[in-house]
Design a protein around this ligand. Structure first.
Ligand SMILES: [Cu+2]
Length: 460
């Protein structure tokens, strides 16, 4: 693999940097000024690169879409002939199961900071296979920018005759993603890669596995909202819309780096030298070190733009905050201020209106999975009860190292506002509420999730 050239990297960041991105770093701005203006970025004129575009912007009968469908169809036919064909759709989907639905810890790329580089490699592998299938080196994967198109684009529908269709989805063409599922701003404002992209993989049994805010919020939320194969680790690689969703997550990782110069990737060898595995366009096993996956131009592609809908990049307007609607299934549990790092959290807010903290809890019983909930903090303010929303998360089963048991302790990376830090610093009673979110065509079990020992920490 060609080594990343520093010049290319710098060039790319300038081209796709903060100004071109049309996003404003929000840390220093009062929220009334925190507005973004999307600016369309012209694609780089590099003839050897393919350009990944928002599939929703391309007419459904465009030749580009026809070629994509033809290529996916060829991969699927190969697998119909032989599921083991390494250049087929099934073998590619199984790669995801190998690295994502495993309790073999050396292979697991979820719940830790390998998730974004590995999925980038996985998409590259698919793009290579599709290009070879139709002998079209200009074929590019697409992304589905759900901040702009909040239903699954029509390109993925139309029944079994469309290779991009999947009949296991639990949503319809007309179902709209709830707006709080797709807020990307809390991720953009996370300056630490650990917060955005996950903590180091654990080395010993019993250590805490901690996935990043991006994985736990919009990434998981949309997988789970679509349902069917898309909501499983074992089978999501078989669902064509996976490549549109992950195409957008990969793009958001690029946008996170361009959003704020303080948003830095890990610099240590444990991450940069980590070997990740997939297959190339011929189905031959390949390995890449993470440092070889950091310049997308080296992998042969660029994004048409990194512009996201600004409505989802900023802190919520008061009118847009999800309501606290009491349901029977709500989990309401006290925040343990004794075990919370109240002093450190309070310090963190001296010059900030909002900051990222870790919410830790223990599952008193095995909850149904995946579990999608809106998280609120509730406390008394001036004699009446106040509920403050802090995010929507989909919690997945996290397997204990070397076993098939669920890990008991769960960590969520959340962004909170200053008032919460002040309330816990003053040692007032705070309730944490997990309010399950109804999903299309799914019933929420009529029992509340039971959680214990909920605490807030700055880091682990
Ligand atoms: Cu995913």
């Amino acid at each position: 693999m060609k080594k990343k050239s520093k010049e290319t990297r710098r060039f790319f960041l300038q081209k796709s940097g903060l100004t071109a991105l049309g996003l404003t770093s929000l840390a220093a701005l009062p929220s009334s000024l925190a507005k973004t203006q999307p600016v369309k970025e012209a694609p780089l004129q590099q003839s050897n690169l393919v350009t990944r575009k928002n599939i929703a912007d391309i007419p459904v009968n465009d030749p580009e879409i026809k070629v994509l469908k033809e290529a996916v169809g060829i991969l699927k036919k190969r697998s119909d002939r032989s599921p083991l064909d390494p250049m087929g759709w099934t073998a590619h989907g199984m790669l995801h199961a190998t690295f994502c639905a495993t309790s073999i810890y050396a292979n697991q790329v979820h719940y830790n900071w390998y998730v974004w580089p590995w999925h980038r490699l996985y998409l590259w592998s698919m793009e290579q296979k599709l290009q070879k299938a139709v002998n079209e080196p200009k074929l590019a994967l697409h992304y589905w920018d759900w901040t702009k198109k909040n239903t699954i684009p029509e390109h993925y529908w139309g029944g079994e005759s469309n290779p991009l269709f999947n009949n296991t989805r639990q949503v319809t063409e007309h179902d709209i993603i709830p707006t709080d599922f797709i807020n990307v701003g809390a991720g953009f404002r996370a300056e630490s890669y650990k917060t955005f992209g996950g903590y180091p993989a654990i080395k010993n049994r019993g250590e805490a596995q901690l996935d990043g805010l991006a994985e736990q919020s919009f990434h998981n939320n949309i997988h789970n909202w679509i349902g069917g194969q898309m909501a499983t680790f074992t089978e999501s690689g078989f669902e064509p819309v996976f490549y549109g969703h992950h195409g957008n997550c990969d793009r958001i990782w690029e946008a996170w780096q361009a959003y704020n110069p303080k948003n830095k990737l890990p610099a240590g060898e444990e991450w940069l030298e980590k070997r990740l595995f997939a297959t190339d366009g011929n189905g031959t096993p390949v390995e890449f070190k993470i440092k070889e996956l950091l310049n997308i131009n080296d992998l042969g592609y660029q994004f048409e733009d990194l512009n996201l809908n600004p409505a989802f990049c900023n802190p919520y307007e008061v009118a847009d905050l999800p309501d606290r609607e009491k349901t029977k299934q709500d989990c309401i549990a006290p925040l343990n201020v004794q075990t919370s790092e109240t002093g450190e959290i309070y310090q963190e807010f001296i010059n900030k209106e909002r900051a990222h903290v870790i919410l830790h809890f223990e599952r008193a019983q095995l909850p149904y999975q995946p579990y999608c909930a809106r998280v609120f903090f509730e406390y008394d303010k001036n004699g009446s009860k106040k509920s403050t929303y802090s995010g929507t998360f989909t919690i997945l089963p996290i397997l204990d190292l070397d076993s098939v048991l669920l890990q008991n302790g769960v960590h969520l990376q959340i962004e909170i506002e200053k008032e919460i830090a002040e309330v816990i610093h003053a040692n007032k009673d705070v309730q944490v509420i997990f309010q399950p979110v109804p999903l299309p065509n799914r019933a929420i079990p009529n029992e509340a999730l039971k959680l214990e020992n909920i605490s807030l920490k700055m880091g682990i």
